[in-house]
Design a protein around this ligand. Structure first.
Ligand code: F6R
Length: 639
């Protein structure tokens, strides 16, 4: 559902922004606009000119357009398309080239004529690039200009590949990719070193010439840059902010991507709010951060000078509110994530009974478990809960070929030493397959399997550090992940069934899960959707009525203090043990932007920073000072 906004709450926004409950709902509206354009132009005997984007963001829109083509007869016969950009140095056959992306995600499935599809050519010799960029601009002009431009946004604020520093007048050209952009693409390219350094992109000026612009954004990773683009000044530090100049540009975003807009994050600053308990908690904890004062030191002036005077009128004095919020925050802290047996649990996040609990941790890929909640996991085990860790996907795509080569070498050495013909034969088969597929070819099933097994061994050795036996680990290898690459995954009932079976077998008292608010095409988000479906199908089961669902935040992120319902503090030793556990996932050290490296490119340092930052936030509220904290949010299934 599209949220209606009022002018008061959007007073800081310089671009019309529609917030949708899901990406799919947003895409329906944009697909409607595209259909209307195509139909109107067809009636007038003219072409419709579309500006198209690639990346994760538009995939659902393209799926909707393909559906309408198949089921509702939408024809693209009168469409001319221009893509925003292309990596420089890749041929159209490279699996990560945008040319190939467009074929796989849209062109192969609709009747858009090959001669009407325009993309910058990333394979041209350097000396021909300038002329081809000019020709691209000319082709757009000749087509009559772009009617509807679809945009995504990068975490640097780029649109197209117009990185920070791009001027609003810039035109189609070759650019150098920002290091953050390259890190974000590292996973797709199986390592940052494989990501091209340059790209050809339409300029900001080219984009601004479009008659209508829709910018799409999903997931919390985009929230900050969305707020900067919509509410901040127009600046080349955030090229998307130049869209404020455009007379007909709309941002269509989901709730997670909207979460940093003032009307969502600090609504009391832009109008009257309904002071629900959650809102009070959010506002008072924010006030403490903003004024840099512990909760118990906030005074009436702090409240009234920061848009919260009506809260005092409605809910009592600063003194009362401070104490109430202090206690609420204090009660989130527990060293007993599985509940403390025989203790008064009226102010504890988890129930005392039953004890021990059957605790089920769902890890979308190996490593998410220890990275996000290794300390809590260790406690659950030490406190004698009945813990199962289920790895939903094998995670095989994230293993670089270099790691497989090492294992094959080992297999060959062993095979020779033991003179085992079969082993040698198999190792040589793998060696040949790896060679033949090249750096970016799809892995044959045997290689994929081996990569999955490598990740299993890493999970086992990290679990050993947490004193979790192999028999407590379950590798579900959900089928959706075993075919295709990132962005092409489409889970179905086979995946849900596998999870339902596990839930039935374990009948957990508590489930730890993640993925809410992520980019909907990401593996954690798909896994969360599968969990939702599995829980919906288990509604009638008795165990579910007595099951708490705890959400941990994905790797590289943490809940804000007001969102945390259970905070598990870790001692320095426990924390160090967790970090050692993370190190066991050696194949991942250079992989995903959020896992291995921080924004400065330092390997693994993010992992330790995040839990320490949460501990500092609690300390700054005036609560006890811990080494590190892992935070969880209670999830209400019926919400
Ligand atoms: C792609 C493009 C880029 C992406 C942006 C977001 O053609 O122009 O600006 O839209 O990098 O990428 P995703 O959608 O993968 O998050």
């Amino acid at each position: 559902m599209r949220q209606t906004s009022n002018p008061e709450s959007t007073q800081r926004e310089h671009i019309p922004t529609d917030i949708f409950a899901s990406a799919d709902q947003a895409c329906t509206g944009i697909a409607d606009a595209i259909c209307e354009l195509i139909t109107a132009r067809k009636t007038a005997g003219k072409p419709a000119v579309l500006g198209l984007a690639t990346g994760s963001t538009p995939v659902r829109l393209y799926r909707e357009l393909i559906r309408r083509h198949r089921e509702e007869g939408l024809s693209f016969a009168n469409v001319i398309s221009f893509n925003l950009d292309e990596y420089y140095g890749l041929t159209g056959e490279h699996p990560e080239s945008y040319r190939r992306f467009m074929r796989e995600q849209l062109f192969d499935w609709v009747d858009l004529r090959p001669e009407n599809r325009n993309l910058p050519d990333g394979a041209l010799p350097r000396e021909d690039v300038l002329a081809s960029c000019r020709a691209y601009e000319e082709a757009i002009r000749e087509a009559g200009g772009i009617d509807i431009q679809i945009l995504g946004i990068g975490r640097t604020g780029h649109i197209g590949f117009n990185e920070p520093g791009s001027s609003p007048e810039s035109r189609t050209r070759i650019i150098t990719l920002d290091s953050l952009t390259r890190r974000d693409a590292a996973r797709d390219f199986l390592g940052e070193e494989n990501v091209p350094r340059h790209a050809i992109t339409m300029g900001v000026g080219t984009i601004l010439d479009a008659r209508k612009i829709f910018l799409l954004a999903w997931g919390e990773a985009k929230a900050e840059v969305i707020a900067q683009s919509v509410e901040g000044p127009q600046t080349d530090a955030i090229p998307a902010s130049f869209l404020q100049k455009h007379p007909d540009c709309v941002f269509c975003i989901d709730e997670a991507a909207a979460s940093h807009l003032t009307r969502v994050r600090h609504p009391w600053l832009v109008g009257t709010v309904e002071w629900s308990p959650e809102m009070i908690r959010k506002a008072v904890l924010w006030l403490s951060r903003k004024t840099k004062k512990p909760l118990l030191k906030l005074i009436e002036e702090d409240y009234s000078e920061n848009g919260m005077a009506d809260l005092l009128t409605e809910k009592g004095s600063a003194y009362e509110l401070n104490i109430k919020m202090f206690n609420t925050a204090q009660h989130t802290i527990t060293g007993w994530p599985g509940g403390k047996p025989d203790a008064d649990d009226s102010h504890r996040p988890e129930r005392a009974n039953p004890f021990p609990k059957r605790s089920l941790l769902l890890s979308p890929e190996p490593l998410d478990d220890i990275y996000c909640m290794g300390g809590t996991l260790h406690r659950l085990v030490n406190q004698n809960n009945d813990v199962t860790v289920a790895y939903l996907t094998s995670g095989n795509l994230a293993v670089p070929d270099s790691e497989v080569r090492r294992v094959i070498e080992l297999m060959l050495e062993l095979g020779e030493e033991r003179e085992s013909v079969d082993d040698l034969k198999f190792a040589r088969l793998l060696e040949r397959q790896l060679r033949e597929k090249g750096d970016f070819g799809d892995d044959p099933p045997e290689v994929r399997r081996l990569k999955g097994l490598i990740r299993r061994t890493e999970s086992r050795s990290s679990a050993r550090l947490l004193e979790i036996g192999s028999d407590r680990l379950r590798f579900l290898d959900l089928p959706f992940y075993e075919h295709g690459r990132y962005r092409t995954f489409q889970p179905d009932e086979k995946d849900t069934k596998r999870l339902i079976e596990l839930l039935r077998e374990i009948r957990p008292h508590q489930i730890f899960a993640t993925g809410l608010g992520n980019d909907p095409l990401s593996v954690p988000a798909l896994c969360f959707e599968i969990l939702r479906n599995a829980l919906a199908a288990s509604q009638s089961e008795a165990w579910l009525k007595d099951c708490y669902i705890w959400l941990y935040r994905g790797p590289g992120m943490e809940w804000e203090t007001h969102e945390i319902d259970m905070a598990v503090p870790l001692s320095p030793d426990e924390f160090e043990n967790k970090i050692q556990g993370i190190y066991q996932h050696q194949t991942q050290r250079n992989q995903s932007p959020n896992l291995g490296k921080d924004d400065n490119g330092n390997t693994w340092s993010l992992a330790s920073k995040i839990n320490r930052a949460t501990a500092s936030s609690y300390d700054e509220l005036g609560l006890a000072e811990y080494e590190a904290i892992e935070g969880f949010r209670r999830f209400d299934l019926n919400r």
